[in-house]
Design a protein around this ligand. Structure first.
Ligand code: GDP
Ligand code: MG
Length: 728
């Protein structure tokens, strides 16, 4: 006996007819019966082989397509792997039938056992024009991969070598290489997993995520074992599982296990898409046929851009209808409140602070709803995954993968849910990078600023200017992404699998749920941050009040009023109306002038004058400086602050005229728009960044980087424009 000899148990698992028994014979040198029909090996067989200083026990497991415990073969195979815990499981894969074989192989991968992939039948694959990129496959799933041709005994030595290597290697649980289910399922898995950890912890027979998945799938065998480990908490867990099963079945109109199986197939379709090149292939199923067009090398991108374009058209054009309705609704409310309350601080607080502030933002709700509806539609049909796939190459420009594209696209709606959507990215680095560039995607809150300024200063070219700003945001995001991935966030990012789930008919219910989940965030932001911000701005622009000036102003107005009444008294109907209208116009001008003067004396005004030197190189006056500061609350607020400070009320056109009258020129407007596009994200986004990166360092970095960049770019535009004689 050699004391140095080590013993290893190696189990062969795979679909029927994948060549397990052939491989077993090759390894052990025995002559088990091989047959080319399923179900030949129902019992497991054991054989011994000595290789270098190892004694290997090879176990030939019955052939199965999955480990869901539907059949006796599956149960035998699964129990052996989970209870006997072999040192290594060799997944024997039929290379000419990769999708089908990978279903079992990836399930084995989820068990937290060491797995090695044998790509058998390499000859058949080649004959069918299937080329498998083994290295990529190995990187994606983080498994060692060996090619063999079983019936010719080719690759057996390499396989033995790899078996030893894999069994001896340090074991890293494939946490980031697992199938990720969709957000609803992941939410259920996480909840149940945490419950299991809390009540059973160490006593759990298998890894907690897997237990949670099996419970949701209603795998009776595993359920019994897990519940036993949970002891007296079992009924509570059972109840929670049933609740989730019911909810998921309800949302998807399908048993949860069926949806999960589909998603696993989606994951595998993604793996195959990444690793297999086929020269002559026959595609059959519908999803694949659709994909033939939608992910086509030439057609894919144009079709995708068409969809995005259609989405934005829908968002803005369809959104306009309810938008004007809401706008007049807000107007009515504010008139009603004005009429019902006596003039004074409280009325001003309600009308200018609460209704004015929140009202100027609530009008964007329809756009947001439509945008999120479209995004939910893309997701639920399965198209979003294709979009990510198509954008993969483009995203590499940023040092990212296609998957990061979805959060970036959502950023056009609102950066808050977009940043939350980065949770679907496995790699920490990709997540941080995607979060950092996300705020450059021009969110819908910035649109009112563009509409106002471009509309007032660029006339017929306004549309092009706005499009240019969106484009500039994308370009800056690409450049920043490149910069970050070459400096502070090095590394190419982990290889990953782009899931290509089957196309599904979207269900109205789940569409609405997904749309609503995101819109809720927007509403919360409005109720919380924007309301608070509006109140603060209102208070800062109202106080300190110059009471004597106020009285003088009021007396002045009263006097004009009285004088007009007197003059009108002796006149006929028509002339009377003219006089009164003239009086009203005069008073309106007075009111605005007074408001502007009062504002410049307010705390906000003082603050603006104090900071305006910082913004002078960008061509901003003190009012714009203040507006930009208050934009920290939410970027829409830039417009409403200017409305207050220029005494121009809510009307966009009036504000535009007022800006021109106070000396703003197209160059200054452009500088302001660019600054608003690039400078630090609003407070809700900052909170989201903090939450999702879990780091103050990245949060402050994001604030500092974007603000510095905004300042420099706006200064270059303004000063450069002046040098070129474009006026300032
Ligand atoms: P099992 O059901 O997984 O145990 O599969 P078997 O080992 O019984 O093999 C099924 C059939 O495939 C047999 O006829 C084998 O000779 C054949 N076979 C095994 N490996 C290969 C291979 O790499 N290439 C080809 N062309 N045939 C193979
Ligand atoms: Mg067999």
């Amino acid at each position: 006996m050699d004391a140095q000899r080590k013993h290893l148990t190696v189990a062969l698992a795979g679909n029927p007819n994948s060549g397990k028994t052939t491989t077993f014979n090759n390894l052990t040198g025995t002559r088990q019966k091989v047959g080319n029909w399923p179900g030949v090996t129902v019992e497991k067989k054991e054989g011994k082989v000595q290789y270098k200083n190892y004694d290997l026990t090879i176990v030939d497991l019955p052939g199965t397509y999955s480990i869901t415990a539907f059949s006796i073969e599956e149960i035998v195979a699964r129990d052996f792997i989970m209870d006997e815990k072999p040192d290594l499981v060799v997944a024997v894969i039929d290379s000419s039938n990769l999708d089908r074989s990978l279903y079992l192989a990836t399930q084995l991968r989820e068990l937290d056992t060491r797995v090695l992939f044998v790509l058998n039948m390499e000859d058949l694959a080649k004959a069918r024009g299937i080329h498998i990129d083994a290295k990529k496959l190995g990187d994606l799933l983080r498994v060692p991969v060996v090619f063999t041709v079983g019936n010719k005994n080719k690759g057996t030595d390499a396989l033995l070598e790899k078996i030893i290597e894999a069994a001896e290697a340090e074991f890293i649980p494939p946490r980031d290489r697992r199938v990720r289910y969709n957000q609803d399922f992941e939410a259920g898995i996480t909840t149940i997993r945490e419950m299991l950890l809390a009540v059973a912890g160490e006593k759990l027979p298998y890894n907690p995520r897997w237990c949670a998945i099996k419970l949701i799938e209603n795998d009776t065998v595993i359920r019994e074992r897990v519940l036993k480990a949970a002891g007296e908490d079992a009924p509570r867990i059972d109840e929670e599982v049933e609740r989730w099963r019911g909810r998921l079945a309800d949302m998807y109109d399908e048993e949860p296990e069926i949806v999960m199986t589909e998603e696993r197939h989606g994951f595998i379709a993604g793996v195959v898409r990444e690793t297999v090149r086929t020269s002559a292939e026959k595609r059959v199923d519908l999803s694949r046929n659709i994909d033939l067009v939608l992910t086509n090398r030439f057609l894919g991108l144009p079709v995708f851009f068409f969809f995005v374009w259609a989405m934005f058209r829908l968002t803005f054009n369809l959104g306009e209808i309810p938008m004007s309705l809401i706008e007049s609704g807000v107007g009515l409310v504010s008139q009603g409140v004005s009429a019902a309350l006596p003039e004074g601080l409280f009325r001003s607080l309600l009308v200018d602070g609460v209704i004015g502030g929140v009202g100027s933002v609530v009008i964007f709700l329809p756009n947001i709803l439509i945008l999120f509806f479209c995004i939910a539609l893309f997701e639920d049909t399965g198209y979003m995954a294709r979009a990510a796939f198509l954008m993969d190459r483009v995203m590499h420009l940023l040092g990212l993968h296609g998957k990061s594209f979805i959060p970036l696209l959502m950023g056009f709606g609102c950066n808050v849910p977009a940043i939350m959507a980065t949770r679907t990215l496995e790699s920490e680095r990709d997540r941080v990078l995607t979060i950092l560039v996300n705020p450059f995607m021009s969110c819908s809150a910035r649109l009112p600023v563009y509409v106002l300024l471009a509309g007032a200063f660029f006339g017929a070219r306004a549309g092009n200017v706005i499009f240019g700003l969106y484009l500039a945001g994308i370009v800056i995001a690409v450049l920043s992404g490149r910069l970050f991935s070459k400096t502070i966030l090095k590394g190419g990012g982990a290889p990953f699998v782009m899931e290509l789930p089957p196309y599904r008919m979207p269900m109205a219910k789940s569409l609405l749920i997904h749309m609503w989940d995101r819109s809720k965030l927007f509403l919360k932001k409005m109720g919380g941050v924007i309301l608070a911000g509006s109140l603060i701005i209102w208070a800062l622009s109202t106080f300190p009040r110059d009471i004597p000036a106020l009285h003088a102003h009021k007396a002045n107005v009263a006097q004009i009023e009285a004088a007009a009444e007197e003059r009108a008294a002796g006149l006929g109907e028509e002339e009377k109306a003219a006089v009164l209208a003239g009086k009203d116009a005069k008073i309106e001008v007075l009111e605005r002038e007074y408001a502007a003067k009062a504002n410049s004396r307010s705390y906000l005004g003082m603050l603006g004058q104090a900071i305006s030197p910082v913004f002078a190189p960008l061509g901003f006056d003190w009012r714009q400086s203040v507006a930009v500061l208050t934009g920290f609350v939410a970027k829409e607020v830039v417009v409403s602050t200017m409305g207050v400070l220029y005494g121009a009320g809510e009307g966009g056109e009036q504000l535009g005229e007022e800006l021109k009258a106070r000396g703003m020129r197209p160059l200054g407007a452009l500088s302001l728009m660019v600054f608003v596009l690039l400078y630090m994200p609003c407070v809700a986004v900052i909170a989201a960044i903090r939450r999702e990166t879990n780091s103050w360092r990245w949060t402050f970095f994001s604030i500092g980087y974007s603000t510095a960049l905004a300042w420099v770019v706006a200064a270059v535009i303004y000063q450069g424009g002046r040098l070129l004689g474009m006026g300032g």
